[in-house]
Design a protein around this ligand. Structure first.
Ligand SMILES: *Cc1c(COP(=O)(O)O)cnc(C)c1O
Length: 965
């Protein structure tokens, strides 16, 4: 017999075929060829040669990354790594507790692309679902803490406490730089406060407040941080201390446990000005430290000082209730160095999960969970006492401290043999924290670890043991009375509520999200799957490192791979957002100068085009921001830079630039810029948010930068989650490596000489690192490079197609852009009076998510298509923009009146079509601009009145009517 199939590939090639790269990259070869044709180049390589300046190219760069493997193989490898994690029952406490994620929440939020691939809700008309979920979050936090206004959300408890400290300093009247910290504060919170306080000249004073107000130091201080309950588990009335703090003109920040507050009088009722903490134990897995949503709530009068994002209620053009981000002008990208904080990406997905945990359980369910936790702890303590073990505190919520002189290590080791991690506080004391998952079997195992026999009758003990909460602190006020927390208690009902909310939003599962600077690329399912595996989700961040061997392998692989990709010598994965990476990187620069006796270097040069977080981070790091002008081409004005470098020869600390620039251009002067600053003794920080335009072509660590942060939630496939989580690792050159972040509770997390922790957890949001690990493993060096080239091609294709309708504002050498382009709407806006806002809202009628609006240049749209969109979707976007241009022309020519056309009336809801129609255009022109043959995504609300919502700020759930539509 003869073989008739001569054209088949050999078995070896079939076996090693790696189709993932072709799945990740949108355009098929034939599509790519058409795109290159429109751009006017023959190949991706030719495009790279023409677009990327020779000065930064590493021509023969072959990234030393492992050979790529298939999705199935990557999942096998991750399973292997998961097997090398051995989570114990985690009773360590310290702000991290086991919790049960209701499966309906896990599957329908955490594992649902409609939620996890969404972007930050800057386009509120197509983000009503997650905005409602966040409003529920804010209501939940405000109700439980007893202070009226909460934001959504903070990065973790420790940074929330640090933001609380700076908030009260900003808002208060006391001049003293002193901030008093309760000695019973979580150790990681205290350490993060120290990192944050030092550059700002804030003096921390740790005070033993266990005896009440007399523990406060003499002299002035501007604020106090109190712990409720404390790290020791102890619960004490804070009212007298707060009254005394106020009497002395200062303000009180209280770090509180939300679950405890279902049973305890809330800090707001004791006069707290600010309340901070974490919502982790509301159904968000431990995940070896994160991600989880921190929270912050403030009393009346401080709402305009709140850092981060705040969801507010307003109305749409038809007077219907609608949600949007409130007080947008406070956002750091507008206020820059005057911003309240540098927070940009927060923890939205986790905040949504926590809010739904409260929606699902309701006030009674939460109270029951809290009571169970408390009763387990009370019974645990009682048996210890009966067996002759001293219990340190009479009053506690979930944490018992047992005194075992000289035997603490032995008890902790015995508990580990029982499969339980306890906290060894010192040689003589052991901390045991109960959680939602604690059972009587766990109690028995803990007792055995203390040498107490099995013959304990738990029910009898329970009957005889009173609560360990002070009677005068029992909560009497109601909470979570709003219908939203009292409706969806059956799984069917919650399932439908989640679906109903998700259906209001446009995420990557519906449309490309062409956001400049934010790289909304594919978040592959295979990359996402491992993050809910119990081996990764169940680890306590302060568990012995040997429990987390597999995840620590992922950490060290990623550190190595990211160093290779960026050309740096060392990487820290601790920062849990880009903003936090910026702060960490600038701290490293500051520490470096100081280590050389250069204490006067405190000027940070930042180009006018920079992302607002840059300036805000510089201020947090104790640096003075000096702005470098950009020329009409959008490039750094070199003459101005020379002038500034001369002027600041003695006090120049650093320049902070973005590469390629936020104008979407490869500036060919970058080496010169780096050289100028280095010659003057300064360091170069390159914001790596645009790394998607560089991988495989050039490396910042090699073209002159000293430190960069990367955004794993942009370039490396961690989904945006509707505004978080993120991971913002930093890479540094060798001389800065000793100044990377570290952690007091995990020596392996950073150098001993480091700048201290900048996140609560040693490796930040460790449990989502498998996503980026899988991406790199799946793509390999060639795949990553191809992704870069394809992203550049996609941006140049869009730029070419749209340039004659909306001119591309800036281009680099040869007229090419990098991986994104800015479309200038100002000329056509000027002649037609149609604004960039109108165009963005109109895109919602076309079923497409708007690009970035008015950043970095007002009146423009910044488009970053990424490598993951195929030609059909790129064309759908371009066709929509071209059609919109034709609509604008109809307004400009007077065919449609300026006050009644599909642009100013956009977006159109289904309800608006059902009403009487007396517009200058047809219903079909309004709602089906591309014809009725296309799938329609209906925006749930019409244009939202932002200004009105800011004047009349409402940041918690509005009355019932909103839920009856
Ligand atoms: C996204 C971004 C940041 C901030 O990163 P976050 O993770 O949102 O804190 C900083 N700089 C640039 C250029 C960015 O695009």
């Amino acid at each position: 017999m003869t073989d008739v199939r001569h054209d088949r590939a050999p078995l070896a090639a079939l076996e090693n075929g790696n189709p993932f790269v072709d799945r990740h990259i949108g355009p098929a070869p034939a599509e790519l060829a058409r795109m290159l044709d429109v751009i006017g180049v023959g190949s991706l390589e030719e495009l790279a040669d023409k677009a990327v300046p020779e000065g930064i190219r590493e021509r023969s760069l072959q990234l030393a990354l492992p050979e790529p493997v298939s999705e199935a193989r990557v999942l096998e490898e991750l399973r292997e790594l998961a097997r090398r994690c051995r989570p114990h029952t985690e009773m360590i406490g310290l702000g991290y507790y086991e919790t049960v994620t209701p499966p309906v929440i896990r599957r329908n939020i955490l594992e649902n692309p409609a939620w996890y691939t969404a972007y930050t809700p800057y386009q509120p008309e197509i983000s009503q679902g997650r905005l409602e979920a966040l409003l529920n979050f804010q209501t939940m936090v405000a109700d439980l803490t007893g202070v009226p206004v909460a934001n959504a959300s903070m990065l973790d408890e420790a940074t929330a406490a640090a933001e609380g400290m700076t908030l009260v300093r900003r808002a208060g009247k006391v001049k003293s730089p002193r901030f008093v910290v309760d000695a019973d504060t979580l150790p990681q919170t205290l350490a993060v406060l120290e990192t944050r306080a030092e550059p700002l000249g804030i003096e921390l004073e740790v005070a033993d407040l266990s005896t009440g107000p007399q523990g406060l130091p003499d002299g002035e201080f501007f604020g106090v941080l109190l712990a409720y309950p404390g790290a020791s588990g102890r619960v004490r009335d804070q009212e007298e201390i707060i009254a005394e703090v106020h009497r002395r003109g200062a303000m009180a920040v209280v770090a509180a446990d939300l679950l405890a507050l279902t049973l305890l009088r809330p800090p707001g009722e004791m006069g707290a000005d600010v309340v901070v903490g974490t919502t982790q134990r509301f159904g968000v897995p431990l995940g070896f430290g994160g991600p989880h949503a921190g929270y912050m709530a403030v009393r009346k009068g401080l709402e305009r000082q709140l850092p981060g994002r705040l969801v507010g209620v307003s109305v749409d053009a038809d007077g219907a209730q609608a949600y949007r981000l409130a007080l947008q002008t406070r956002e750091q990208h507008i206020r820059r160095e005057r911003a309240t904080s540098n927070i940009c990406t927060a923890q939205v997905l986790l905040a949504v999960m926590a809010s739904m945990y409260a929606v699902y359980h309701g006030p009674n369910g939460l109270r029951q969970i809290a009571t169970r936790v408390h009763r387990m702890a009370a019974v645990l303590a009682e048996q210890l006492r009966r067996s002759g073990v001293e219990v340190a505190h009479q009053h506690f919520f979930d944490t018992v401290v047992a005194k075992v002189p000289g035997r603490a290590a032995e008890v902790v080791a015995a508990a580990r043999r029982e499969g339980i991690n306890l906290r060894q506080i010192d040689a003589d004391s052991v901390g045991i924290s109960c959680a939602e998952t604690t059972t009587r079997q766990h109690l028995a195992a803990v007792w055995r670890a203390f040498g107490i026999g099995d013959a304990v009758d738990v029910d009898e003990l329970d009957a005889q043991t009173p609560d360990a909460l002070p009677a005068e602190l029992a909560r009497t006020s109601e909470y979570l009375t709003h219908p939203i927390f009292n409706t969806h208690h059956s799984e069917t009902s919650l399932l439908r509520y989640l679906r109903q909310l998700a259906d209001k939003d446009v995420a990557l599962d519906r449309s490309m999200i062409p956001l400049g600077s934010c790289t909304m690329k594919l978040n592959a399912t295979a990359e996402m799957e491992p993050i809910t595996w119990p081996e990764f989700t169940s680890l306590h961040p302060f568990a012995p490192a040997e429990d987390a061997e597999g995840l620590l392998q992922i950490v060290s692989d990623l550190e190595k791979w990211l160093a290779e990709i960026t050309g740096y010598d060392a990487v820290s994965l601790q920062p849990n957002a880009g903003s936090q990476g910026e702060f960490a990187g600038l701290l490293a620069i500051r520490a470096y100068h100081r280590s050389r006796g250069d204490t006067g270097r405190d000027v940070c040069l930042i180009p006018a085009s920079a992302h607002g977080t840059n300036a805000a981070s510089a201020v947090m790091a104790g640096l003075r921001v000096v702005v470098v002008r950009c020329d009409s081409e959008g490039n750094i004005e070199l003459d101005h830079l020379r002038e500034l470098v001369d002027k600041h020869a003695d006090d120049l600390a650093a320049i902070m630039i973005t590469y390629p620039s936020t104008h979407g251009v490869y500036e060919d002067t970058v080496r010169e810029v780096c050289g100028l600053v280095h010659d003057a003794g300064g360091q170069v920080y390159v914001d790596g948010a645009n790394l998607n335009a560089l991988i495989g072509l050039a490396r910042m660590g090699k073209f002159g930068a000293d430190v960069s942060h990367l955004n794993l939630h942009k370039t490396f496939c961690i989904p945006h989650g509707g505004g978080g989580p993120g991971v913002g690792p930093i890479g540094v050159r060798e001389h800065l490596a000793e100044f990377l972040p570290n952690h007091p509770l995990q020596p392996a997390a950073g150098p001993e000489t480091g700048v201290g922790p900048i996140s609560a957890a040693p490796w930040g949001s460790a449990s989502i690192l498998p996503i980026s690990w899988a991406y790199i493993r799946l793509m390999g060096a060639d795949g990553l490079r191809r992704a870069t080239l394809t992203a550049i091609a996609a941006a140049n294709y869009v730029a070419r197609r749209l340039d004659s309708y909306f001119p591309v504002l800036y281009t680099g050498q040869g007229g090419y852009v990098a991986h994104e382009c800015i479309l200038d709407l100002r000329p056509v806006s000027k002649s037609s009076k149609i604004s960039v806002d109108d165009v963005a809202k109109r895109l919602a009628d076309y079923g497409i998510h708007a690009p970035t609006m008015s950043f970095p240049v007002a009146g423009t749209l910044m488009v970053e298509p990424t490598e993951s969109e195929n030609l059909a979707e790129l064309d759908r976007f371009c066709d929509a923009m071209i059609a919109i241009r034709a609509e604008i022309d109809k307004v400009a020519s007077g065919q449609w009146p300026l006050d009644d056309n599909p642009l100013v009336n956009a977006p159109h809801t289904a309800a608006s079509l059902a009403r009487e129609w007396n517009h200058a255009y047809s219903r079909e022109e309004g709602a089906y601009p591309m014809g009725t043959g296309v799938a329609k995504v209906w925006p749930p609300v019409r244009r939202i009145d932002g200004a009105r919502g800011d004047r009349n700020l409402v940041c918690s759930c509005p009355p019932l009517e909103a839920y009856q539509s």
